[in-house]
Design a binder for this molecule. Structure first.
Ligand SMILES: C[S@@+](CC[C@H](N)C(=O)[O-])C[C@H]1O[C@@H](n2cnc3c(N)ncnc32)[C@H](O)[C@@H]1O
Length: 251
């Protein structure tokens, strides 16, 4: 089976190219495999994230690295008063997302944009909430992406990062490591259009910064009062912080 080089062997440009290729070749089966490989925990993690969102002034949400728009859809259904902008650089992922929005009659309230997370096509202070689900792992320059999220968020608005990293509860560490590195690629192989993507996936999870390091990075990007919750015994983490200059709560 073809394999991508380990993430530690790639510079930022190469890694971005690999990520773009992976999502250009995985979009048709992305939702199915996402639910299968996480035993549908991804749905609950997004729901948890949506419930933490607070809309006050603009009533606008940015869903960064929206992919097939699952977070955008969950938020739009939960908060009927908001509008959502979903951004992703993969046309294939956005096309699947667009079809899902049309099926749910959400195309008016949720707009999708093809753009790079490092250079968002929005003015400063556009959104009450800027969130990213399972996308930060794929962006090499995390500080710049967090800075962009903070820039487009109103003062006191929320910046949220939902992500998988290898920081599980100690009791499940061994099992989780075996699942990620041995079982997951085998489980995905018969269904995946690009099976190599499912060797990259555990590699990217294993090398994502641990929760404390991501919290520090968010602070460095000017995001304040950052805190995080461990989800499903630490298989995923939700980080929430607020941008400087406002009073709204981050929890
Ligand atoms: C694992 S998917 C997550 C999709 C979705 N947020 C979800 O909850 O399932 C990661 C997404 O990040 C996008 N992505 C990666 N790097 C990006 C970048 N620099 N700018 C915009 N999108 C990016 C990919 O195209 C892909 O759709």
């Amino acid at each position: 089976m073809r394999k991508y080089p380990p993430v530690t062997a790639l510079d930022a440009e190469e890694r971005t190219r690999v990520v773009a290729e992976i999502f250009a070749t995985s979009h048709t089966r992305y939702d199915f495999l996402n639910h299968l490989l996480s035993l549908r925990r991804d749905v609950g993690w997004r729901r948890f994230t949506v419930k933490k969102m607070r809309f006050r002034g603009t009533r606008r949400l940015l869903d960064l690295a929206t992919g097939t728009a699952d977070l955008a859809i969950a938020a739009a259904l939960h908060y009927p008063e908001i509008s959502v902008s979903g951004v992703d650089f993969s046309p294939g992922m956005l096309a699947v997302g667009g079809e899902k929005l049309a099926r749910r009659s959400l195309s008016e309230r949720v707009r999708l944009f093809q753009a790079d997370a490092l250079s968002l096509p929005f003015p400063d202070c556009t959104f009450d909430v800027a969130a990213v689900a399972f996308g930060m792992r794929n962006i090499p320059d995390k500080l710049r992406a967090l800075g962009e999220m903070a820039r487009v968020t109103v003062p006191g608005g929320q910046v949220m990062v939902l992500e998988m990293t290898f920081a599980p509860a100690p009791a499940i560490r061994g099992v989780y490591r075996a699942y990620l590195n041995r079982i997951l690629p085998l489980l995905a192989a018969p269904f995946a259009a690009n099976a190599a993507a499912y060797s990259y996936l555990p590699d990217s999870i294993m090398h994502f910064p641990p929760p404390e390091a991501l919290r520090d990075l968010m602070r460095e990007a000017g995001i304040e009062r950052t805190r995080y919750d461990a989800l499903s015994c630490g298989l995923a983490y939700l980080h929430v912080g607020v941008t400087a200059g406002g009073n709204s709560g981050g929890s």
